[in-house]
Design a protein around this ligand. Structure first.
Ligand SMILES: Cc1cc2nc3c(=O)[nH]c(=O)nc-3n(C[C@H](O)[C@H](O)[C@H](O)COP(=O)(O)OP(=O)(O)OC[C@H]3O[C@@H](n4cnc5c(N)ncnc54)[C@H](O)[C@@H]3O)c2cc1C
Length: 416
């Protein structure tokens, strides 16, 4: 049975899909969002909640390749690659290395900045003032490093910040102890990024998008898209586990699973999952006033409404391997090194699939050679920041409105 034709179907009810759906709805389209999971059932549930207009530094950086063997050899390290998955991930990893050239890093940072700088504005547009103030704290983030010397990557990060006029304040050991009572004595190098912020609940934030979408007449459909089929006379048919749904436009916002729908259409995008973990401490002995990112060990500590979230690490192991909860336990150990008073009791471990491109930029806009098919995926480490501005950009492109920013750096064609 083919059901009534929609103006647009968005596949995926994470931050990327729901942001796109709300903006599309506001441009006057009849929109449905398809996902077997409720809103924020994927990566959007368990992230560190950092909202970062002033973050414009990609993950692949010059000099990183030299660090990789050390990281891989360290069981407490920020990166792990499952040996059996390595051959499958190799093409993506090679592109990742290529994206770490300095000239490319600077180009990428320009595109990251153009997208991320709008994040708080877009969250405000999507949520309205009441929910925005309830859920979002635009109160800054603190980055810390272990050890004294500035590494080459840190020097480039500084260059990127200067390039974009991003305001920061250097923090010494005393400043850090004053801001974060109980922090370990050997943490002596920090940076306050006052223009960044965080949410006290990534889940409630994204669920709120779904509620606002439904309240304005949007349909959340609890089905799994199994195939996207181009219609004979234009448009698309979305085959799901229980129905066929016809639509003018389809937006693939299925996060790390997007390739399952795109590969059969020969829409090729280098999307790999960087699996990440969190440990949620529900009765923490320490409640920092601001989120902290430990740049040396690749994890964040975020104060949230239901406790303290320690999130991070990258595991390259694909979509099928079971979680390795040991990596989440390691996060608790890292946090205890940072705040020795933390006991790490009453904890939930979680694993999620970051949808990552090699160049840290999302894939947005039309799918090459497939009229009516659009992409809003690949947000990697930054989807809570990039998702809403991406949704606005994709919706504007579909509605034929001025995009506001240059869409080229995010186009799928950049990989061809
Ligand atoms: C540990 C960790 C920490 C992070 N910290 C931060 C942070 O502090 N700040 C930040 O900005 N970002 C952070 N991120 C990244 C951020 O969480 C992701 O970039 C973002 O959630 C991706 O959103 P999405 O909507 O693309 O994917 P998801 O939230 O994963 O949503 C995709 C949805 O698509 C659905 N789907 C898949 N296949 C189908 C199908 N065939 N049919 C229908 N539906 C389908 C899934 O069920 C899922 O609900 C972090 C990620 C992790 C893992």
């Amino acid at each position: 049975m083919t059901l009534a034709r929609h103006g647009a179907i968005v596949v995926g009810a994470g931050v990327a899909g729901l942001s796109t759906a709300l903006y599309l709805q506001r441009s006057g389209l009849d929109v449905a969002v398809i996902d077997p999971l409720p809103p924020a059932g994927g990566a959007s549930f368990g992230n560190a909640g950092l909202l970062s207009p002033d973050t414009a530094v990609p993950i692949a950086m010059p000099g990183m390749l030299r660090k990789v063997p050390g990281w891989l050899a360290d069981p407490l390290g920020p990166l792990s690659v499952r040996p059996s998955y390595f051959p499958r991930a190799l093409p993506w990893l090679l592109r990742w290395i290529e994206a770490g050239r300095l000239s490319r890093v600077l180009e990428i940072s320009d595109a990251m900045r153009a997208l991320h700088r709008e994040t708080l504005t877009c969250w405000q547009e999507l949520l309205g003032p009441e929910l925005y103030h309830d859920l979002i704290r635009p109160s800054g983030q603190v980055h810390i490093w272990e050890g004294e010397a500035e590494s080459p990557a840190m020097a480039i990060e500084r260059q990127v910040r200067e390039r974009h006029g991003i305001r920061t304040e250097t923090l010494n050991a005393d400043d850090l102890r004053q801001m974060f009572p109980g922090i370990a004595r050997d943490i002596s190098r920090g940076l306050l990024v006052p223009g960044n912020g965080y949410t006290i609940s990534p889940q409630r934030l994204v669920v709120s998008l779904g509620e606002r979408f439904q309240a304005a007449g949007g349909q959340l459909v609890a089905e799994r898209a199994t195939k996207l089929i181009p219609g004979d006379g234009g448009g698309w048919m979305v085959m799901t586990n229980i129905a066929n749904r016809s639509t003018e436009h389809v937006v693939v916002a299925a996060g790390a699973f997007s390739r399952q729908l795109l590969d059969p259409l020969r829409v090729r995008v280098p999307l790999e999952t960087e699996r990440g973990y969190h440990a949620m401490l529900f009765s923490p002995e320490v409640r920092p006033a601001l989120p902290l990112s430990n740049k040396s060990r690749g994890f964040g500590v975020t104060p949230m409404e239901d406790g303290l979230r320690i999130a991070g690490t990258v595991e390259i192991a694909g979509l099928d391997a079971p979680p390795n909860e040991h990596r989440a336990r390691i996060l608790v150990q890292h946090a205890q090194r940072l705040f020795p008073a933390l006991r790490g009791e009453k904890v939930r471990y979680w694993m999620g699939f970051r949808p990552s491109t090699p160049d840290s930029l999302p894939i947005l806009g039309p799918a090459p050679g497939r009229p009516g098919l659009h992409l809003a995926t690949g947000h990697g480490h930054f989807g809570m920041s990039g998702g809403p501005p991406s949704g606005r950009l994709v919706a504007r492109l579909i509605a034929g409105q001025a995009p506001g920013i240059d869409p080229k750096p995010y186009a799928a064609t950049r990989f061809h």
